[in-house]
Design a protein around this ligand. Structure first.
Ligand SMILES: [Zn+2]
Length: 235
């Protein structure tokens, strides 16, 4: 049986299947991303190519997870459990081959100080010289991207932002649309274990203001944004 129909009928055994299905693997979506659409009677699922070799039972969980969204239903199945477990460990499958030496040193310091050297090393790369997006963690490709504004600066500023992103890797859950956006109370408690947390946060705010002034002078002012706090909250 085609996979979307199979997923649908296992999820909604009492519902009639009146749809056409279309499933497509592509490279446009980032690693292990997927989306779904329902137009008239056609259910279309797009999957990133990486899904192709994954076991059908896990794929069914993914499709059921997406079906619940478009039909605005709540529910759980064994397949959805399988899928959730798979997603939690997706970072293990990611290719790890990008380690910037400066960022790697930061990771090493934090891994020994806060994680008993047990947190596996993600990809560590520099991003743009952004004052809005200081850093991000993408669990699909297990990569931390750091704004270059921290290049050549004080270790503790870099480390504090790096620690925040490593906590996303550590806690894993709480992502929305592939982006970590959820900071649980547990997350926040862990984050504040960083020594001089508030002091360093202020220093980062100062750094951002300095960088922005420099950018304005160079005529490349970035979009207006909220305070550092709202920023840190967002990522
Ligand atoms: Zn965050």
């Amino acid at each position: 049986m085609p996979l979307i129909r199979e997923s649908f009928q296992r999820l909604f055994p009492n519902k009639e299947w009146n749809y056409q299905e279309d499933m497509e693997y592509n490279r446009r979506l980032s690693n292990f991303n997927a989306n779904i659409s329902l137009r008239r009677d056609k259910i279309k699922v797009n999957l990133n190519l990486e899904w192709k070799d994954i076991d059908d039972e896990i794929k069914i969980g993914l499709i059921q997870h997406l079906l619940l969204k478009i039909f605005k239903k709540k529910g759980n199945t064994q397949n959805i459990d399988l899928y959730n477990n798979f997603v939690k460990n997706i970072d293990i499958l990611a290719v790890k081959d990008k380690f910037d030496p400066i960022l790697e040193q930061s990771y090493n310091r934090l891994n020994s100080q806060f994680f008993d050297n047990t947190l596996e090393k993600p990809n560590l790369v520099w991003g743009r010289d952004s004052c809005r997006k200081l850093a991000s963690y993408n669990f699909h490709n297990d990569t931390i991207t750091m704004s270059t504004i921290f290049k050549g600066g004080k270790d503790d500023m870099l480390d504090q932002v790096m620690y925040h992103e490593l906590l996303h890797k550590f806690f894993k859950f709480g992502h929305k649309n592939g982006r970590n956006s959820f900071h649980s109370p547990e997350f926040k408690r862990a984050e504040r274990k960083f020594p001089r947390f508030h002091e360093i946060e202020r220093e980062i705010g100062q750094l951002i203001r300095t960088k922005k002034r420099m950018k304005t002078i160079h005529g490349r002012k970035e979009r207006k944004n909220g305070s550092l706090w709202s920023f840190m909250k967002k990522f």
